[in-house]
Ligand binder design. Structure first.
Ligand SMILES: Cc1cc2nc3c(=O)[nH]c(=O)nc-3n(C[C@H](O)[C@H](O)[C@H](O)COP(=O)(O)O)c2cc1C
Length: 196
């Protein structure tokens, strides 16, 4: 039996709304293809890319967040240039979404304390190591040290927040790919079809 063709969407306003719905869902669903996007920035003169876990997506504020170690290179680079990009790809939905915005960090504030209590503490082992991400170490330096106070680590925990002002949506379809860009202007998403 042939696989049913997924419904096609042609309305730009509906597309942008659906993409934010997917982002919101992806932040809460570990199995969603968009749960682990690639986060990119420019640092030390080159494109820096890494996988992160999408922790929240809010269509109203247009803010995406992930968690990070305050000592990691991306956080020090953020102070030089806050422009960050997110790349999402859903193989089954045949959709690539790129989101562009400006980032900042939350550290030792109400949001980070809440996120820590809500589960970020489970990664405390990563945050409490004396080694900053990317610092040279030996193979055994990062073995779990049971003697370390499990309550420590929060001091290095940050929430990276990014306010999105542009989206680039690409939908692959046998009858013709579709691509649209959306920019936030005058308190609205302004959509424009562009060539894939
Ligand atoms: C599946 C997966 C999820 C990850 N999630 C995060 C994350 O949420 N935050 C983070 O800072 N690093 C995360 N990492 C590690 C980063 O990809 C990266 O190695 C690390 O943050 C150092 O990046 P930087 O040197 O660019 O700062 C994850 C890696 C993988 C493979």
């Amino acid at each position: 039996m042939p696989k049913p063709t997924p419904p096609r969407i042609f309305d730009l306003a509906q597309i942008v709304q659906t993409q934010w719905q997917s982002l919101t869902q992806a932040a809460h669903d570990h199995h969603h293809a968009w749960h682990t996007p690639t986060l990119a920035n420019v640092g030390e003169g080159i494109a820096q890319v890494r996988t992160v876990v999408l922790r929240s997506a809010d269509p109203t504020t247009r803010i995406l967040t992930c968690h990070a170690d305050s000592r990691s290179p991306k956080i020090t680079q953020l102070a030089q240039d806050p422009c960050f990009s997110w790349h999402f790809y859903d193989r089954d939905a045949k959709v690539q979404l790129r989101a562009y915005g400006r980032a900042w960090i939350h550290q030792d504030d109400a949001l980070t304390h809440q996120r820590w209590r809500d589960g970020a503490w489970r990664s405390a082992q990563c945050y409490r190591t004396p080694f900053a991400p990317g610092a040279p170490c030996t193979e055994t330096d990062l073995d779990i040290d049971e003697a370390v106070d499990p309550a420590t680590g929060e001091e290095h925990f940050v929430v990276l927040a990014c306010k999105i002002n542009m989206l680039d949506w690409l939908y692959l379809h046998v009858e013709g790919h579709r691509r649209a860009q959306f920019s936030w202007q005058d308190a609205h998403w302004q959509g424009q079809w562009i060539a894939p």
